[in-house]
Design a protein around this ligand. Sequence first.
Ligand code: ADP
Length: 388
Amino acid sequence: MPHLSKDDVHTALAANRDLASRLQKVSACDGHVRVTMAQPAGSNPQAGEIARAGAEATIRRHAAESGLGIETLQVVLVEAEGAAAGASSTGERPTVNQPAGVPLKQASSSKTVTEGSTASGSGLPGIQHVIAVGAGKGGVGKSTVSVNLALALARKGHSVGLLDGDIYGPSAPTLLGLDGMEVQLHQNMLQVFNVHGIKCMTIGKLVEPDKPLIWRGPMAHGAFKQLVEQTAWGELDYLIVDLPPGTGDVPLSMSQMMKLSGAVIVCTPQKVAQDDAVRAIRMFQQLSVDVLGVVENMSYFIGDDGKEYDIFGRGGAEMMAQRMGLPFLGAVPINMALRENSDNGDPSANFEDEKSPIAKAFTKLSQNIENEVALATMRSGRTTLSVS
Ligand code: ADP
């Protein structure tokens, strides 16, 4: 059965003027549909809930009548100032070619307000939640977790961006298979790569691939700032930022530039990795960034015999999280297919079999992170109202 598409949602709601006027954003991927409806500030919450429930019922009825499948459907109310902004469009078509291998250009203006952007929780126009993914040291799987977390959130129907902020060693071009693609500029804005159901920007496509990237203090700040502010992200539910390993200039720049929903720390089970992770956690806490929790990567290995082997001492990162009073967000096993799919730039393959240990691990991780983000949003007293 074909899946319900974004256009189908627009068609379903177009017939009802109230619902159509509240409609802000639709994302749909493989039947995972998310619809954002506006709740004008100060308007009757009950009327909003009725509209939300009405939209959900209308979409389900349309899908049933048209023979279209829905895997998951989330209809969410978002408090908006004044009237609903109408459906947004993220389908800008870039026209100017910017070849890879040129230095980053200076922005003529740092203004990034895009048409149709809504009030955001992050301080960046149109972006609700920014989640930083950090690690105490390199090689623990921070980028692998960032990419697969982004895909898992997108498969739930969220609109997701991935900012490869590891300006010293960008890995998104390899992990997402961006070979042969070039960055496009449109109206002085970098156009995202739309791949695997997510939007991505990486410095790896803006500088020569084989030159080492030696950014120091202010340069690192400038490069990161340009990546964030000069990218046409459009509307995003989540922007995942893959940070450079360790503690350094980029997390500091980031915390100054935007309001983060929180940071996720990736760690392997070994003691040495934990010590570095604790330093990264303390850094975020000093920057007043909420640490959402810890992910244990390369936690265990599942052999051909189906048995689980605790190669690096499974549970080490979980115990560290406990000691630090932080949530444990989940464990990702060592997996050959995950490594191969990463090297081949095909992370979608990790999700082909929903029952595979890797798909299950990342889906669970994304659920736990969504929950922690919701809690962090409540703690920080932000106004986004989510009813689903
Ligand atoms: P980091 O971003 O922390 O430097 P990467 O995500 O680039 O680390 O991962 C380093 C290497 O380890 C990559 O080759 C990646 O494919 C591999 N890798 C990461 N996590 C796993 C895992 N759970 N199972 C198998 N290989 C993994």
